[in-house]
Design a protein around this ligand. Sequence first.
Ligand code: SF4
Length: 373
Amino acid sequence: MTTNLLEFDLDGLCAYCEQLGEKRFRATQLFRWIHQRGASDFEQMSDLAKSLREKLKARAHITALPVITEHVSQDGTVKWLFDVGDGNAVEAVFIPEDDRGTLCISSQAGCAVGCRFCSTGHQGFSRNLTTGEILAQLWFAEHALRKRLGVSERVISNVVMMGMGEPLQNYTALVPALKVMLDDHGYGMSRRRVTVSTSGVVPMMDRLGLDCPVALAVSLHAPNDPLRDDLVPLNRKYPIEELMQACERYLEHAPRDFITFEYCMLDGVNDQPEHAQQLVNLVRRHGGGRPWCKLNLIPFNPFPASGLLRSPAPQVAEFARILTQAGIVTTVRKTRGDDIDAACGQLAGDVKDRTRAAERMAKRRTITIAPAP
Ligand code: SF4
């Protein structure tokens, strides 16, 4: 079996090239061809010695994930559904804005955390993605979009690990992928333009702070433990107070940063004025009296199995007013790509019924292998 070179960060690729008897600078050249120029054919890599190209052709490949579907929204949002084998699929979404292009990518097929308001959580957990499968979403999207737009410069300026899965429960695959995003020979993104979103895996937050302190978003969704125990089951293991302390420790490694708290607004569940006041008190008890976090209020995208409803807009506005008046920077997330189910919490919409995803893939395979009439 040959090796997919998307699996490696630069150190990994150097080690791989050394095994082939090649020097480190050759690995850097190869890395730039892959990630900066989107090359998948070793013959294209004209500044690599012919002997190295021959070795690579025999032992390695650069392969994206098969695309099952692609949907383009009227607002320019693009959603891809990728096949990761055995009837599993993951999604990535590109969200263009005036001053940035953000790609939201997945870290796992399904998710074991099981948040009540999340359609990915309702589909259960299948498996962790590999580093190459995480990176393949970025590699494919960046170079497909460049081709489509007819540009040679970078299209994706920001990456958010907010697709399917809990990234910090797939830590060993996640960190090399983050390193490729930050690497000047890779995508060259600044630390603040790469965001890991976690439901609060406290020990791994501490490790990420040490290993690769990118921007951190925390799925909070409730201001007290009884409510959060119900909405985000991981809270029973790492309750709010422990989570807040982990956030404070994280900021020691990422000075001048803010933690973003994600808060999905659920009608009559967590959207009352007393919940906003509890949030204010929680924020004030931490951070040593300086501004240290932002609140991002997310309109819920209802799906039948959740039994939950979206908070009415006036309720969200009042909630935001209480937080803002208390001096907490608060935003209400715009929904994007609504016409293609690409908004937050809908990323599993297409694949939550795995049988259907498997059927679609089976059909596609049938078409591919059907003999000519
Ligand atoms: S919100 Fe995130 S952590 Fe919770 S179930 Fe969904 S994907 Fe998993």
